[in-house]
Ligand binder design. Structure first.
Ligand SMILES: *[C@@H]1O[C@H](CO)[C@@H](O)[C@H](O)[C@H]1NC(C)=O
Ligand SMILES: *[C@@H]1O[C@H](CO)[C@@H](O)[C@H](O)[C@H]1NC(C)=O
Ligand SMILES: *[C@@H]1O[C@H](CO)[C@@H](O)[C@H](O)[C@H]1NC(C)=O
Ligand SMILES: *[C@@H]1O[C@H](CO)[C@@H](O)[C@H](O)[C@H]1NC(C)=O
Ligand SMILES: *[C@@H]1O[C@H](CO)[C@@H](O)[C@H](O)[C@H]1NC(C)=O
Ligand SMILES: *[C@@H]1O[C@H](CO)[C@@H](O)[C@H](O)[C@H]1NC(C)=O
Ligand SMILES: *[C@@H]1O[C@H](CO)[C@@H](O)[C@H](O)[C@H]1NC(C)=O
Ligand SMILES: *[C@@H]1O[C@H](CO)[C@@H](O)[C@H](O)[C@H]1NC(C)=O
Ligand SMILES: *[C@@H]1O[C@H](CO)[C@@H](O)[C@H](O)[C@H]1NC(C)=O
Ligand SMILES: *[C@@H]1O[C@H](CO)[C@@H](O)[C@H](O)[C@H]1NC(C)=O
Ligand SMILES: *[C@@H]1O[C@H](CO)[C@@H](O)[C@H](O)[C@H]1NC(C)=O
Length: 858
């Protein structure tokens, strides 16, 4: 397995390098410009934030634009918006991670987009709870609501709710992950009241890139205060990950009369509201040995914190562990008797506790109903939380609302909803269901036994479908026991008794031929039938035809019959792609998505590779190898069944680079390394696929003489064409090409009118001749990379693609060099941390690197 480890290491470095080179301090940010055309994006010029279309997060609403005259002086994300003339509640849905903390900001700018000059008022909900009411009072003002919220599930919905006061809309929706250890509250969420850059030198609001979390800061000053500032950089790291931005921290205020206290009050609009106050301090004067700045902080005359001593150019944040209440908030910063200098303050944040009392619908119910929705492709306006708030219950559902617990779905009515196909297995996960109405649809196939697992079910309506076969006895028993009201009229091919079993006769005809006694035939028939009944979806039965020997490997459990493959793929309904040796189809195996690669029978070459791939993949398990779920080897029908990779291949991602923002996990390399063979799953982990060419690798650095040329043009070692000799260095070559692709964002082979076909290595080489490294690196990085690191990375890649193998470095050399390169880029990023406080993504990546270096393969 040494080979795999070494390859993995290399990949790892490439991915981390790419992640570092890429301008991606916005890691984890979701910045939606609502109403932007689907899949489009841009970088906003003043913040450098990358905004994308909201179309993948919402199904409803109409894209609109504000009038031109209102665009001036506004950031681009408010130019377009999504308007909701239809439906009471329209929701965005985000797939995130539970227990993570987000700063969520929604922005609304009317800009007379509908030319009605009709300023609307509407509500915004976070999940099932009211977040706020948006009252647009000025056509040219952008209104925002902002909240710090910990996710209670793996998804988040943000809903815009029509309250009959005009058409609701939204301009921008921004999510920023926060450190788990900041802004800790005992319960609930924190709504922003105000965030002040006290004594601001620029007198301007600012946000990202000056603030790592993209918090917005407003300038603030009072007459009794004297602003002052430093030109030195203030380090934000002292503040328990609050990371108050250096830009706010380098300025502060002190009382005009140095012997006075520094006072300020907060006026809470609602006296019952609960507040959290965060005061950020940093000493910005270099005090001499005999000088001191010590002060107490009082709240309504009582000591709140003190005495407080500040550190020079380092931030300290003072806040209370529990919410403050009472409606009166008079704060005084009072210097202690022996302090030579007056109190100061650099920045203040005030949040109000937002109680979210309505719990979300039970998560298993939500998952199940969402899956049912997508299983049947329902076009219903089902958005946001299914049951809550009760006023916006999804059409066709009924729920129970237990005290202090999550709402549960108790009734589902999908009558006349144009359902086709079979029964969604997800129905069994609606465990509290008492009533299920599937009547008046085009459901086909048998009625599954799993419906009887719904123990609370009292009413089941299957009438007027195209169901076939017998009803499960369990359901009939329940009906006879009067525990279930069962309707199934209007299904001509459905029957109560076992008499309809003989319908399946034709299925067993081939078996009959070889059997002598009628009795045995009948027995076989019934046996097969009961087997089929038990295993609705592909089972693990090994067909008699499928008994090729695979030595000591226990392969039987992974073997599938051709008819199972047919069912899995729904008769090869959806093609995912075509490879050299066959077509890949989408399939479903027990609710898991799979990719089914059918080998074309004509390929004799293919059969060996098929065997090699089965052997290798069944023996080698690694999270960066696509998992082989099973295979079928039935005469000329040969199929490989893999886990399904939802996010396509690397090539697609190279034209987006977004995957880098999600953090990449390394792939493993084999001898057909190319960007299309590195697949990305839904968690954006890279996995290497297609082992069609990888025979069992000679581990001890031996060479291998091959009889036919395989591999992919552009990635294939040019020496291999000539000598037919495969060496480790062939992979070094292919990797060099992938590395060049990542660095440049150029396709492997580009076509142009004047030069014909150009290989990426040729192109880079010509750029290097001109000494033009900046234009060699992917322009989407916008120059945000260490130039020396880039040089080095390109040099390594170019060395890898040397035309003769002995001029290529060995893998371990490549790894060492890439590590140097990584360190350079990391150092550059660290430098920028102390000057502009970007964020700690470099730290995170370094940490990952170490954890990832442990032995990878089994
Ligand atoms: C979120 O997850 C659901 C299934 O859980 C899926 O249907 C949906 O497409 C995902 N949305 C996005 C934007 O990835
Ligand atoms: C955040 O902290 C809470 C407890 O304070 C913990 O339950 C949760 O798992 C943490 N989340 C993450 C992502 O670390
Ligand atoms: C709307 O806001 C602008 C500033 O953005 C201001 O100049 C204008 O007077 C306001 N209009 C109304 C009607 O308040
Ligand atoms: C800051 O800006 C506000 C409005 O933009 C203005 O009223 C105020 O005078 C300015 N203060 C300073 C110190 O420039
Ligand atoms: C400063 O305040 C102290 C006490 O409030 C007062 O005695 C003194 O006169 C003030 N000095 C000036 C210059 O206003
Ligand atoms: C706060 O409220 C009090 C009483 O309502 C009022 O006198 C005072 O001016 C207010 N202060 C501010 C800063 O609005
Ligand atoms: C500051 O607080 C300390 C207690 O921590 C107290 O002993 C001291 O008297 C206070 N000083 C002033 C000036 O309020
Ligand atoms: C000033 O007094 C405080 C108590 O009020 C004490 O904790 C601190 O050590 C003293 N500082 C100096 C520099 O004497
Ligand atoms: C039902 O829920 C369980 C637990 O949440 C989950 O493991 C299972 O995959 C679900 N089954 C279906 C068919 O969705
Ligand atoms: C069933 O499908 C047929 C055509 O395939 C269609 O005409 C009919 O309306 C459908 N019935 C229902 C109830 O959806
Ligand atoms: C129906 O009732 C019989 C006897 O009362 C019992 O044995 C059986 O388990 C019941 N079946 C169901 C599905 O409740």
């Amino acid at each position: 397995m040494e080979m795999f480890q070494r390859f993995a290491l290399l990949c790892l470095c490439i991915f981390h390098l790419a992640a570092l080179v890429c301008a991606q301090d916005q890691a984890g940010f979701i910045s939606l410009d609502c109403g932007l055309p689907k899949d489009s994006s841009y970088t906003e010029t003043s913040t450098k934030l990358r905004y994308t279309s909201d179309a993948n997060y919402i199904e409803t609403g109409l894209p609109k634009s504000i009038l031109l005259q209102y665009r001036r002086m506004k950031q681009q994300q408010v130019w377009s918006l999504r308007s909701f003339p239809d439906g009471i509640r329209n929701c965005y849905r985000f797939n995130l991670t539970r227990n993570t903390k987000y700063l969520i900001r929604a922005t609304f700018m009317y800009g007379n987009y509908d030319e009605q000059n009709n300023l609307p008022e509407f509500d915004v909900h976070l999940g099932p709870n009211l977040w706020g009411t948006i009252k647009i009072e000025n056509v040219s003002v952008d209104y925002s609501v902002e909240i710090i919220h910990v996710l209670s599930s793996d998804y988040l919905s943000v809903c815009i709710v029509n309250t009959n006061k005009g058409t609701p809309f939204i301009s921008a929706l921004e999510l920023r992950p926060l450190d788990n250890n900041t802004y800790i509250t005992q319960t609930d969420s924190l709504e922003l009241s105000i965030r002040l850059d006290v004594g601001s030198t620029s007198n301007a609001t600012f946000r990202y890139i000056d603030d790592a979390y993209d918090r917005v800061w407003w300038p603030y000053d009072l007459d009794e205060w004297e602003p002052f500032s430093t030109s030195e950089a203030v380090d934000a790291d002292g503040s328990k990950n609050f990371k108050p931005p250096p830009r706010a921290m380098k300025s502060a205020v002190r009382p005009v009369n140095a012997s006075n206290s520094l006072d300020f009050s907060i006026n809470a609009s609602d006296p019952t509201s609960q507040l959290y106050v965060y005061m950020h301090f940093a000493e910005i004067e270099e005090l001499k040995a005999n000088e001191s700045r010590l002060f107490n902080i009082t709240w309504n005359g009582n000591l709140w914190y003190g005495p407080l001593k500040l550190n020079y150019l380092s931030s300290t944040t003072v806040f209370s562990q529990s919410a403050m209440s009472g409606g009166q908030y008079n704060f005084s910063l009072i210097k202690t008797g022996n302090s030579t200098h007056p109190p100061i303050i650099n920045a203040i944040e005030i949040y109000e506790v937002k109680e979210f009392s309505q719990s979300q619908t039970d998560e298993q119910d939500v998952d199940a109903i969402m899956n049912i929705k997508s299983f049947y492709g329902l076009k219903k306006n089902w958005q946001g939380d299914p049951c809550a708030p009760q006023d916006y219950l999804w059409e066709g559902l009924n729920c129970s609302y237990p005290d202090d617990d999550s709402p549960r779905i108790t009734s589902l009515n999908l009558s006349a909803s144009e359902l086709t196909g079979g029964f969604a297995h997800y129905l069994t996960n609606l465990t509290m269901l008492t009533s299920l109405d599937l009547s008046n649809n085009n459901l086909t196939g048998p009625v599954p036994k799993f419906l009887s697992q719904l123990s609370s079910l009292k009413f089941l309506n299957l009438a007027r479908n195209k169901l076939t076969g017998p009803l499960p006895v369990e359901l009939l028993e329940k009906q006879e026991n009067n525990t279930l009201e069962l309707r199934f009229d209007g299904n001509p091919d459905l029957c109560r008794s076992a008499s309809c079993k003989k319908e399946k006769k034709k299925f067993v005809v081939p078996l009959v031929a070889s059997v002598a006694s009628v009795f045995v035939v009948l027995a076989a028939l019934i046996g097969l039938w009961s087997l089929k009944r038990k295993k609705q979806l592909p089972g693990r039965k090994v067909d008699a035809n499928c008994n090729r020997s695979y030595e000591s490997l226990d392969l039987s459990s992974r073997q599938f019959t051709y008819s199972e493959v047919l069912r899995m793929t729904n008769n090869f309904e959806r093609v995912l792609g075509k490879g050299g040796f066959g077509t890949v189809y989408h399939g479903k195996l027990d609710n898991d998505e799979v990719a089914v690669k059918m080998l074309s029978p004509s390929s004799s070459q293919g059969y060996k590779q098929f065997q090699a791939e089965v052997k290798l993949l069944l023996r080698v398990h690694h999270r960066n190898l696509t998992t082989l779920v099973g295979y079928c080897d039935e005469g000329t029908n040969m199929a490989l069944i893999y886990e399904y990779m939802a996010n396509g291949n690397l090539e697609e991602h190279l034209s987006g680079l977004e995957y880098l923002h999600q953090g990449c996990k390394p792939p493993i390399v084999h001898r057909d390394v190319k960007s299309t063979n590195i697949l990305i799953n839904e968690k954006f982990q890279a996995k290497l696929a297609d082992f069609g060419l990888s025979r069992v690798f000679p581990v001890e650095g031996g060479t291998h003489v091959s009889t036919t040329i395989a591999g992919t043009p552009g990635y294939l070692d040019p020496e291999y064409y000539i000598s037919n000799r495969l060496t480790e260095k062939s992979d070094v070559y292919s990797f060099g090409v992938v590395l060049l692709e990542i660095i440049t964002g150029h396709p492997v082979i580009s076509k142009s009118a004047e030069n014909g076909h150009t290989h990426v290595a040729q192109w880079v080489s010509s750029m290097l001749d001109k000494g033009d490294i900046r234009s060699t690196v992917d322009p989407r990085l916008k120059g945000d990379f260490d130039i020396n690191a880039a040089w080095k990375a390109v040099e390594i890649a170019m060395a890898c693609v040397s035309s003769t193998a002995n001029r290529r470095p060995f893998m371990n050399q490549v790894v060492m060099e890439l590590n140097d390169c990584l360190a350079m880029e990391a150092a550059q990023k660290k430098e920028s941390i102390t000057t502009s406080d970007s964020n700690n993504s470099v730290e995170m990546i370094t940490v990952n690197l170490h954890t990832e270096l442990s032995p990878l393969a089994r």
